[in-house]
Write a protein that binds this ligand. Sequence first.
Ligand code: GYE
Length: 335
Amino acid sequence: MGKMRTQSVRWRAAAVLASVLLVGGVAACGNSDTGGGGGTKDDGKITMGFSQVGAESGWRTANTISIKEAATAAGIELKFDDAQQKQENQIKAIRNYIQQKVDVIAFSPVVESGWDTVLKEAKDAGIPVILTDRSVDSADKSLYKTFLGSDFVKEGKLAGEWLVEQKKTASGPVNIVELQGSTGAAPANDRKKGFAEAIAANPNLKVIASQTGDFTRAGGKQVMEQFLKANKQIDVLFAHNDDMGLGALEAITAAGKVPGKDITIITIDAVKDGMQALADGKFNFIAECSPLLGPQLMDLAKKVKAGETVPARIETEETTFTTEQAKEALPNRKY
Ligand code: GYE
């Protein structure tokens, strides 16, 4: 099992590398879409303006590193902006990139709604946009070229299905508290939805409290403290990411309860600290969400710049982990 996983990860890495090399070659020989008439006005060098959500979690840190490293490896000049979890900062950054006439704009939208105007501005300026990690709810799909990222509904479902299986013999109510991600963010909306759909299979499973912890450790700790104060019996915590779960561990321990035993803990992401908590038995289950989107993003940028059509949706490959699987995977975990 461990070997097969490692092999498939290696195979995937090799495939990504091969496609990067291949596309790199194509882009280098192809016409520039700005030169016209087969001219080679530019030297094939691509400038990407990237607007990142923030630095709220271990996932985000790993994602930022992946994007910066992949840009360097692909020979793409990267302009990078950290929006500190604020949509207005992202809009500002995107407008700057439009003014600077970058070749491609990529961004991970902090929330789903409210992007039409700025996306239209990019389109009118002839600058292609790639959505990465999180998507937008714009009805006009021509406002962006593609969306590269995870299926967040599926992640929530996998988390819920595991719980349904664990509690299938429960004869009475199972009280669940939920730590939601940032309000309005696609992964918060979708993980909530997927989880709710899955646990509907057993009417004993009830979400008795659900609040945002903003995807941060501090948020997770603070909201879990409130949950513990307000609710006598909490059987399960579902946290929309590892960081909030890690923050909640402190609150649970401080309340004199044993995480992973008195309260079953399910999270999403599978970053190193989360995997360690799972291996230690403090978490019980993690649905993986891969932050290593950099190489595929650069590959897409080259294709889009070369005028190639790309799939409208590219889904990240992911898995799930139990304590045993976390112990096995941890030594090779990259982030
Ligand atoms: O799960 C969380 C981060 O958008 C998938 O954002 C990402 C989420 C990730 O802050 O840890």
